[in-house]
Design a binder for this molecule. Structure first.
Ligand SMILES: [Zn+2]
Ligand SMILES: [Zn+2]
Length: 501
């Protein structure tokens, strides 16, 4: 972004007022003297440039309605609309377009509004401009710098991925220096961007030379800051080590998912201990049920949203603006308009209907498709752990009764007894702690289901909270038996802003 001067030259107090966000004083100054709307301060910026750069929507509205011209240029040939695109506020962009912003104007470097939006990093703003039909992502500026070069220079991986999707930008486009986006990313030390680009092109691009005879590898070695040094270390290793890292991660997750199963399998050595063999038999039958549910939950879709399930109220970003909806409604990764209670999961890289959470143990999202299954799985896990506790207690009691200790065990005789049955005792304690954790999870889940929503959107739900205790339990049983959520949930319109994974 541009450095902001503390004092402006020739612009009077209006620039200071805008920087302080003092809208009332700005309005007063404009009403006293409309000519200040055309005054230029530092860098040739007008008040509208400043307001757009700050993303101050009420002030932009006021300036435009008082006749500010969105096509006035700064010393670098940039209009206030360029600044709005860079700031990424689609409402300000829309307002300027309504007031005659010329989308064809380019700055002195030949950068279009789309280039500025790419530099700002807002995919919604980029998509909004693209929807006007006035821009192509592949268009370069006068130095042959493409949108992909710009995205690589800002190390914005999400924008790079967006530009590579649907062949929006050619990955091997060259700038005036003969450099690709990978050259730019390597020079900047953008490890993640480099990795994203290499996944698309293969390692051949690592050795492609620019007009100075330098490859991306050479550029990454030249870097003096921490990032290029890190990149230099990472690039050669990534060729041989990438898959190993991934599979070990996957293995860890799979290991975590199987942890309860392992603890259940630990019951097998208890089977042969009479006279408590009925509990292990029940446990084994139940274990089969748990395994069945685990297989089902690992294979069932969590509620992935496709383009066809996009919210029908919106067909383009302009619809969002006109209906005054949040820009977050548009998922920049799936490029669809999310219906209520949907969220994009960055780990699964899909939008999920009725999003609840991403389960790290199962390594998948919990949503409309598998939420009921997940609750049944949780209940079955609680049952499994309680069965183990009952079996272990019975076993220890049997051992105690069968041993020399009898009913009159002293503290000193407990120690050798527990030492002999160390693993049973440890597993029993672990299972007991796990039951507490699962009970807490179930409580959270039931509280959300009782008001007809999910744990992620529970804070937004207002209608369901008025339900009585009986209605809440009815909602929980209805959901468990039929998978139906309670009435009234369509009225909860305010989505929580997507913040986490
Ligand atoms: Zn998405
Ligand atoms: Zn997920």
């Amino acid at each position: 972004m541009y450095p902001m001067p503390v004092c402006s030259v020739g612009g009077g107090d209006i620039f200071d007022c805008i920087q302080r966000g003092n809208i009332e004083q700005c309005i007063e100054l404009i009403q006293n003297d409309r000519s200040i709307l055309k005054q230029k301060g530092w860098g040739g910026f007008t008040p509208l440039h400043y307001a757009a750069l700050h993303g101050n929507r009420p002030l932009v509205d006021n300036l435009l309605s008082n006749g500010a011209d969105p096509n006035l240029t700064s010393d670098a040939g940039q209009t206030s609309f360029h600044f709005a695109c860079r700031q990424g506020n689609i409402y300000i962009m829309h307002q300027m377009m309504q007031h005659g912003a010329d989308l064809r104007l380019v700055d002195l470097q030949g950068k279009t509004s789309l280039h500025h939006a790419v530099m700002g990093g807002s995919i919604v703003a980029m998509h909004y401009l693209w929807e006007t039909g006035m821009f192509r992502y592949s268009d370069p500026d006068m130095y042959h710098v493409s949108s992909l070069h710009l995205a690589a220079s800002t190390s914005n991986t999400e924008v790079v991925r967006y530009l590579l999707r649907h062949q929006r930008c050619a990955v091997d486009a060259l700038d005036q220096q003969g450099g690709t986006a990978l050259h730019v990313a390597a020079e900047r030390g953008g490890v993640e961007v480099c990795w994203t680009l290499l996944q698309r092109t293969g390692y051949r691009m690592l050795h492609q030379k620019n007009h100075n005879g330098l490859t991306p590898l050479d550029l990454s070695k030249q870097g003096k800051t921490f990032s290029p040094v890190l990149l230099d270390a990472a690039l050669p290793n990534s060729e041989r080590g990438g898959h190993t890292a991934y599979s070990s991660h996957g293995g860890r997750l799979r290991g975590a998912a199987l942890l309860p199963a392992v603890s259940l399998a630990g019951q097998e050595h208890l089977h042969s201990v009479p006279p408590y063999d009925h509990l292990p038999k029940v446990s084994m039958v139940h274990f089969a049920l748990v395994l069945g549910l685990l297989c089902k939950i690992l294979t069932q879709d969590s509620g992935t949203l496709g383009r066809a399930e996009s919210d029908p109220r919106f067909s383009c970003i302009a619809d969002l603006v006109e209906k005054n909806e949040k820009p977050q409604r548009f998922c920049p990764y799936c490029e669809l308009f999310q219906p209520d209670h949907s969220k994009h999961c960055k780990l699964c890289d899909v939008c999920v209907a009725d999003y609840d959470h991403h389960c790290l143990f199962l390594n998948r999202c919990i949503g409309r498709g598998n939420h009921r299954l997940f609750l049944l799985f949780l209940l079955s896990m609680v049952t499994a752990h309680l069965l183990f506790l009952a079996t272990a207690t019975s076993y220890l009691n049997g051992k105690k009764a069968a041993g020399r200790h009898g009913a009159s065990m002293t503290w000193s005789s407990w120690l050798p007894f527990l030492g002999a049955e160390f693993w049973v005792a440890v597993l029993a304690v672990m299972n007991a702690l796990t039951v507490f954790w699962e009970a807490w999870l179930l409580r959270e889940q039931f509280e959300a289901v009782a008001v007809g929503t999910t744990t992620y959107f529970r804070q937004c739900e207002t209608v369901g909270r008025r339900r009585s205790l009986g209605q809440r339990w009815a909602a929980i049983f209805s959901f468990l038996l039929e998978g139906r959520r309670g009435v009234g949930r369509r009225q909860a319109k305010t989505d929580k802003t997507a913040i986490d994974i």
